[in-house]
Ligand binder design. Structure first.
Ligand SMILES: NC(=O)c1ccc[n+]([C@@H]2O[C@H](COP(=O)([O-])OP(=O)(O)OC[C@H]3O[C@@H](n4cnc5c(N)ncnc54)[C@H](OP(=O)(O)O)[C@@H]3O)[C@@H](O)[C@H]2O)c1
Ligand SMILES: *[C@@H]1O[C@H](CO)[C@@H](O)[C@H](O)[C@H]1NC(C)=O
Length: 318
């Protein structure tokens, strides 16, 4: 009997501990008016991106969903319109795995939209493969595509009153590392069809997201544009769609019990996108709607500058 009691107490204690740490929830308290503002979000058709777009639409923002799949994006827009009553949602075609697509998108965007207040670099994947330009898909989409997109949109952001760039990273950055020589020679930060191989490459790309934000903040000094990187929490989305079946079987029950829903997963992105008063923390990493200290390798000035310069070279900006 006593053993049963101890067992139940341990399970319960473990559950409570996990929901207060790794799976902690938070809520964006900012209520800045968003009417009249334009937000651009990549990959807004599902997961955290869709939940973020829904919140922003409800607050009256004009929300541009930059997605690679028209059918999925239009279905998401229908859902969001129904849920929020907003008519300010727009789909625009963007495949981050193609530098040509990014340039075409920016051209179309700048022509159609007179302003840009918040850019949310949200799209991302865990998987294996290559981009159209021959980069590893994780480095190519999660970092390089968003790097080019942001650079090409900076001017429009600067024209506004206080533009923001929010980039989805992950706590997984802390297992990341960047081998610059290999990156320059091969155009990827790891590949492979086994989950552990592309998980490592995923962590590397998420470290790039933190370093990119660190460097961008420095380059934005003296402008009114600020930037933030985000760990959204561990969230139940389609992100694990490429992991193997047996891993899904293992993850699913834990996901159901502990993972945040996309709505909770959108809170830190929203915080960085609209909370008043966060501007002094430009360049910082956020988790649970608060600044989060990062390890030394994620605020390394030399590495962040090197990544920026190499990224410029790889996407033909320099
Ligand atoms: N879920 C988590 O626990 C977690 C934790 C830490 C960080 N994050 C980060 O949060 C962000 C959102 O992830 P999520 O969990 O919401 O995943 P998700 O449900 O898989 O959504 C990812 C989105 O990215 C889009 N995307 C993928 N490749 C693209 C490309 N080449 N061009 C344009 N869009 C592309 C997807 O579009 P399709 O539907 O067309 O594929 C989808 O809309 C990611 O950056 C992820 O790294 C998530
Ligand atoms: C930034 O915003 C302030 C207040 O709106 C304004 O006075 C200033 O000129 C802006 N600076 C730039 C570089 O646009």
């Amino acid at each position: 009997m006593i053993y049963l009691f101890l067992f139940v107490a341990a399970i319960l204690g473990g559950y409570i501990l996990l929901t207060q740490t790794l799976f902690k929830r938070s809520k964006c308290k900012g209520n800045a008016p968003m009417a009249g503002k334009t937000v651009l979000i990549t990959g807004g058709n599902t997961g955290i991106g869709k939940a973020t777009a829904t919140h922003l639409a409800r607050r009256g923002a004009r929300v541009i969903l930059a997605c690679r799949n028209r059918v999925k994006a239009e279905a998401a827009i229908m859902d969001i319109e129904q849920e929020t009553g907003s008519s300010e949602l727009v789909y625009m075609q963007l495949d981050l795995a193609s530098l040509t697509s990014i340039r075409c998108f920016v051209q179309a965007f700048l022509k159609a939209e007179p302003r840009l207040d918040v850019l949310i670099n949200n799209a991302g994947l865990v998987g294996d493969g290559w981009t159209e330009d021959g980069f590893g898909i994780l480095f190519g989409v999660n970092h390089l595509g968003h790097f080019l997109l942001t650079c090409l949109l900076l001017q429009r952001l600067k024209e506004g009153k206080g533009g923001r760039v929010v980039t989805l990273s992950s706590m997984a950055y802390c297992w990341g590392r960047i081998d610059f020589e290999a990156l320059e020679a091969n155009g990827h930060l790891g590949t492979g069809r086994y989950s552990w191989q592309f998980f490592q490459a995923y962590c590397n790309s998420k470290l790039c997201n933190v370093l990119f934000t660190h460097e961008l903040a420095k380059r934005l000094k003296g402008t009114n544009v600020t930037c933030y990187s985000v760990h959204p929490g561990i969230v139940r989305t389609e992100l694990s769609r490429h992991v193997s079946l047996w891993q899904k079987v293992f993850i699913e029950p834990i996901a159901r019990l502990l993972f945040l829903d996309p709505d909770a997963g959108a809170q830190t992105t929203l915080h960085c996108g609209l909370q008043e008063g966060v501007e002094p923390w430009s360049g910082s990493h956020f988790s649970c709607c608060a600044v989060q200290e990062v390890s030394a390798k994620a605020r390394d000035d030399y590495a962040s500058r090197k990544l920026w310069e190499l990224s410029e070279k790889l996407c033909g900006l320099a």
